[in-house]
Design a protein around this ligand. Sequence first.
Ligand SMILES: [Zn+2]
Length: 355
Amino acid sequence: MCLLTEIPVNPSPADRYRKQTLFAPLGVEGQALLRAGRALVVGCGALGSVIAESLVRAGVGFVRIVDRDYVELSNLQRQVLYDEQDVADQLPKAEAAAKKLRRINSEVVVDPVVADLSSQNIRELTREIAVIVDGTDNFETRFLINDLSFDRGIPWVHGGCVGCHGQTMTFIPGQTVCFRCLMGGVPEPGSGETCDTAGVLGPAVNVIASLQALDAIKLLSGRGETIEPVMTVLDLWEGTFRRLKVGASRDEGRCAGCLTGERPWLSGAQAARSAVLCGRNAVQVTPASPMLLSLAELESRFAGSGAVTRNPFLITLVTTDGEFQLTVFADGRAIVQGTEDPGQARSVYARYVGM
Ligand SMILES: [Zn+2]
């Protein structure tokens, strides 16, 4: 009897985060700030899955996930939020992630956005966002995030991983140099390793993503001052962990963005975005102006052209000859698999969807 009365019938909501609030540098105060925190995770592949899950489990109040792709079998080796059912259902990653994350922590507002982050939508998608976390696989999007970050004063946490090595750094406007200061410009295509040429191992991605999630938690819980202006570079296979010091103040920035406020990616002047998707033998085709397609109407138009499947978010056509797989989202955007030639992808799109 005595024992029974000691067991709480309804565990206090605080119990969920008890192990976290016990950690003194975070504490109850930091937890309250996390609950009021708003994060944007850009890209929900391998990095984004771990980042989003960490933030949602930690109790960040609002987590928006933007991703342009859908779940495929080859993702499951490392993208921890997805399972075989998501592949069978051909769910967009943002929606599949949100479904899983809401089951993990229903207290968090998870906002999935199936879209390609662009100069047209980034302002709206970062409104009232306190930190942006990089789960992307391409430099164009990172330069766009960097422009927005330093234009609007929103810190962002960069991460990248290929093979069994990766790097991460947190950029804080007014405190650190920016990504463009470090990189100069977008690397020439083919100049670096990609997941396509070098592969990628799950454990390496998980470490980089965990470091990113930690910095996001520091920023959101009011402990951003503990973040050092260093690029952390690690190679899990070799077992090396390096922290490279970079200029700590804005004055040391040398890029035109930091010196003159020029933001070519944000203004759209640098909009020549690579449409070839990393490691996919696929090209993304984006309509010239935003549109809202009727997937049901497309389904009847696709009839006779091959095998068609549809869910509430997208429709897929595998052409009769099996040469192409065309996946069209409700916003008119499409992913054409079976080519790395943007011209050929556009003509496939024009043939089946129209322009
Ligand atoms: Zn700069």
